[in-house]
Ligand binder design. Structure first.
Ligand code: SF4
Ligand code: SF4
Ligand code: SF4
Length: 363
């Protein structure tokens, strides 16, 4: 169904919940334009309908216009997922001319001061608002993405109204997922159950208010849930993720799973990777499941939940997602969330950064 193309891990922002891996791919290791073009053509042949041009910040790639034109030429619906601070009007026009179908713009909060603090990038919020205005003025469908956590959840109503005022057609609200960078910031980001319940009420009221004009997708957090969410329609079932170096993954966070044999576009074609790579086959179907998932009547829809969360909390990717109340680790998982949410609120995030810079700053 969808291809997530992480064109680069470079990004001027430093969000403390970034879903990129801790070990970021450097510019010199990024795939060349020709290999991305090949990947998109192979994806189209495989039946992929949509490509999400993401990162890092995809507009940091000088070949972005060429890649968008290629996707448009071969009939791939293309969606640019951007932080919006590197894109000027001239380049937006060039992307539009090339056949850009949709823009998904991330905002960090409703107001500039808090948004820029969360992003670790001064002046970013105003630039994002300007890009949103330019996209809507050109008739591009606009989705606003919000990652929600303790530092912005109380402003969710204002955030929704901001997106509506910008002319967005859709809002995607997701709670921070505690892998990688967010795991390092769990005590700084985790909201309380009360905050999560208030946010749910805010979303329901906003949906009623904006019915017929604005679609609001909201993904509930796992840590206060009773049942896990199914992972992307199943591991290796609907989604392909390609990292900037060409490694092809069934999930953007799958690199956290040790021992997973990941194949690269540099050595294989996409069809072979999809069908035969050990990473894609590791958790396909249900043969890998263990108790309590084996024989569970929810397994066909739940798929055992999130493999990366099982690894992060239980220590084994084969285990049932601890968000499931049938998991022997569920109570400990909930207790972790309650403990993290009760920790004193600290504005000092551990920001995302490249390892070299981290070492230099430490030195
Ligand atoms: S989450 Fe933030 S730091 Fe990570 S790629 Fe997106 S904008 Fe950049
Ligand atoms: S036991 Fe496993 S399959 Fe059943 S609901 Fe829980 S996580 Fe899903
Ligand atoms: S394994 Fe987890 S992190 Fe990866 S796509 Fe599925 S739910 Fe998301």
């Amino acid at each position: 169904m969808g291809l997530l193309a992480e064109l680069t891990h470079r990004c001027p922002l430093r969000c403390p919940y970034c879903s990129n891996p801790l070990d970021l791919v450097r510019r010199g290791a990024e795939l060349p334009t020709a290999t991305w073009r090949r990947a998109f053509a192979e994806a189209r042949t495989l039946g992929v309908l949509q490509v999400h041009l993401s990162g890092g910040e995809p507009t940091a790639r000088p070949d972005l216009v060429e890649l968008v034109a290629h996707c448009a030429d071969i009939g791939l619906y293309n969606n640019l997922i951007t932080a919006g601070v590197l894109l000027d009007e001239r380049r937006l026009d060039a992307l539009l001319e090339a056949g850009l179908d949709h823009v998904q713009l991330s905002l960090q909060d409703a107001g500039p001061s808090s948004a820029d603090t969360i992003a670790g990038f001064s002046g970013g919020h105003e630039k994002k608002l300007e890009l949103g205005r330019q996209a809507v003025a050109r008739g591009l469908p606009l989705t606003i993405n919000y990652v929600v956590h303790r530092h912005n959840i109380a402003a969710l109503d204002e955030m929704i109204e901001l997106a509506a005022a910008m002319g967005a057609r859709r809002i995607e609200i997701a709670h921070a997922q505690y892998h990688g960078w967010a795991l390092r910031n769990r005590e700084r980001l985790m909201p309380t159950l009360t905050m999560v319940e208030q946010a749910r009420a805010v979303v329901e009221a906003a949906r009623a208010r904006h019915q017929g004009r604005l679609v609001i997708d909201s993904v509930e957090p796992d840590y206060y849930a009773k049942w896990p969410k199914p992972c992307c329609g199943g591991w290796g079932a609907r989604i392909i993720c390609i990292d900037p170096s060409g490694r092809v993954l069934p999930c953007h966070a799958a690199d956290t799973i040790p021992g997973l044999e990941v194949w690269s576009l540099r050595h294989h074609c996409l069809a072979d990777i999809w069908a035969d790579s050990p990473a894609f086959n590791a958790f396909r179907g249900s043969d890998w499941m263990e108790a309590p998932c084996t024989g569970c009547e929810r397994a066909p829809t739940c798929k055992g939940g999130c493999r990366c969360q099982a690894l992060a909390i239980v220590g084994r990717a084969e285990a049932a997602d601890p968000a499931c109340q049938l998991s022997p680790h569920h109570a400990a998982f909930r207790a972790l969330a309650v403990q993290a949410a009760g920790a004193p609120s600290e504005p000092r995030f551990r920001y995302r950064q490249f390892a070299g810079r981290a070492r230099r700053e430490k030195g």
